[in-house]
Design a protein. Sequence first.
Length: 139
Amino acid sequence: MGVKLSEESIRYLALFESLTGANIKDCIVEDDRIIFVVKKGDMGLAIGKGGINVEKFREIVGKKVELIEHSDKPEEFIANIFKPIKVNVRIIEKGGKRIAIVSVNPQYKGLVIGKGGKNINKAKELAKRHYDIDDVIVK
C-alpha cells in the first residue's frame, strides 16, 4: 500500500533526508509539527549525535519534529508511535474492520491519547496509511 504525500510533505521529506542521510518512509505535516516515519534502523542517523539533526531541521523549518521508527509488524509500528510510553498492541478483526487495541498502564492513558486526542489521532492516521487499520482504541 503506497502512502500519498502532499507537495509540502515531499519537500520536508527531501530536506530531512538530505540533512540526515536517513531513509524516510512517510511525512505528515501539521500546523505546529512534522511527523516523519523513519526506516527501521535509521533512527540514529535521523536524530544525529545528541539530537543535532532534529534540532538543525527544526531551526530551518520552525516546526516541532517527531520521529517514529517504521516496522514491518503493524503491532510494533503502532507501539513505536507512542514511544517512550510502553504500550501493548493487538490487532483484531471486528465486523470486517481491522482494529488496533492499545493497552497501557492507566496512569499513562492520558499521555497516550494526548491533548485534545492529538496522539491517538496521529496513531489512527499512521495505522490507516501504513497498514489499513480502521481504528486505534486505547484500553
